[in-house]
Design a binder for this molecule. Sequence first.
Ligand code: HEC
Length: 140
Amino acid sequence: MRNSKFFSTACLASLIGLGFLAISFSIQADDFTESDLKRWNQEFMSVVAKGEKLFHSAELGTNKVSCDQCHPNAANTHPETYPKFQQQLGRVITLSEMINWCIQNPLEGAPLPLDDPNMTALLSYITWERRGVPLAPGTH
Ligand code: HEC
């Protein structure tokens, strides 16, 4: 009897807690303006532009090779198919790992940390080039 009273009080408390959580989330979700959206889009597009520049430059490697020599405009990099099994690495990998494989092998460079701003820029450019293409993870 005592236990069930405790149980129902605990249930009520967690319901109230959930309610507050839902309210605070909905407030957060609505909490931006048109000018925020414009600014966020500008921030994103500036990172895409940085990625495009890197993709067409030789600064990621040591042998003067650039990504666009084998992948003009990132056209055949298929970001929508990741994560997928990649033969070169022998396991299921993310797009970042494939980018690092190309930096280390064709470009003979040092792999980028996954949170490196240059990695974010490359990912942004490569996926922006394929915007609108349906996701198809795991396919070849
Ligand atoms: C000398 C040629 C060459 C260069 C330069 C090169 N790559 Fe690659 N890239 C390859 C090869 C070969 C593959 C493997 C092809 C495959 O598995 O489809 C590949 C695959 C990829 C893939 C996956 C494609 C897919 O369909 O799964 C991505 C993404 C990629 N490269 C990004 C880059 C980036 C970013 C750079 C520059 C840092 C770069 N590559 C430079 C040859 C190159």
